[in-house]
Design a protein around this ligand. Structure first.
Ligand code: SF4
Length: 253
């Protein structure tokens, strides 16, 4: 069996590692469960900062009001056109997103030197020739690579240190542009409500050999997907799985 999308990516690898059946439901069966407010908020926040960085790259500095209007308009339009399961009320989610955006404009935006935004990169894996793809949120003029996250709680430093996502981005960046010294970091905006939003910058410093180990793991995942190996992995995470209903319909593991 070929890869369902014709390539492998960090989100596919993460889905397979969490639960191979979840991968099957999402990428082989193409089941699309309703989105949830957390993922939706992250998407709209990313659209807004992409808009901001594209303007900056084009030599224009957008005003805070303009960017907030962009966020509100995109949030309202997409929320009306999509099937979203609101675990937090829609207006509260919108206010929280605006608070994230204001925090970004105050604490992060003035210190960035954007060079590329939402940059899609790809490279064939050595050996198998399978295409590995990734989309980097932001590359700055000093080639630092940043991924932005919106979430409810603070991240631990260990969560960022050997992040497979960032190791993949750096690998793709080096394969595309040659090995360049590049800082890797997450900008994490977190808070449960609009009145309590904070931000942390987390450096990603992979251990020696982390890239090689990750490539071995990716090859293993690719082979299992190719062989149609999709066992259900039942853990406490099943409670939060968006494919729970479809999984139940498929029967026991
Ligand atoms: S409910 Fe659990 S076993 Fe089923 S797909 Fe989701 S994570 Fe896997």
């Amino acid at each position: 069996m070929a890869l369902p999308r014709g390539y492998i990516s960090h989100s596919q690898i993460r889905a397979y590692k969490e639960c191979p059946r979840k991968y099957r439901l999402a990428y082989v069966e193409n089941i699309q469960p309703p989105g949830n407010d957390k993922v939706f908020l992250g998407e709209i926040f990313h659209y807004a900062i992409e808009h901001y960085f594209l303007q900056r790259i084009g030599g224009v500095l957008p005003t805070d009001e303009e960017l907030e209007d962009y966020f509100r308009s995109r949030f309202d339009t997409d929320a009306s056109n999509r099937d979203i399961s609101w675990r937090s009320p829609r207006d509260e989610t919108r206010q929280r997103g605006l608070a994230f955006l204001r925090h970004f404009l105050r604490s992060v935006a003035p210190y960035t030197r954007p060079l590329m935004v939402e940059k899609e990169l790809g490279a064939e894996l050595p050996g198998s020739g399978v295409l590995l793809k990734g989309v980097i949120d932001l590359v700055e003029e000093d080639f630092s690579i940043t991924d932005f996250k919106t979430t409810t709680g603070r991240w631990s430093e260990s969560r960022a240190r050997n992040s497979p996502q960032m190791i993949i981005y750096k690998y793709l960046f080096d394969r595309s542009f040659g090995p360049l010294p590049a800082n890797l970091k997450y900008e994490v905006f977190y808070g449960r409500n609009a009145g309590n939003v904070r931000h942390q910058t987390l450096r990603v410093i992979p251990d020696a050999g982390a890239t090689e180990a990750l490539l071995v793991m990716i090859e293993d995942v690719v082979q299992r997907i190719g062989a149609g190996v999709f066992p259900a992995s039942e853990t406490s995470l099943c409670r939060h799985c968006e494919f729970r209903a479809a999984c139940r319909d498929m029967g026991p593991a």
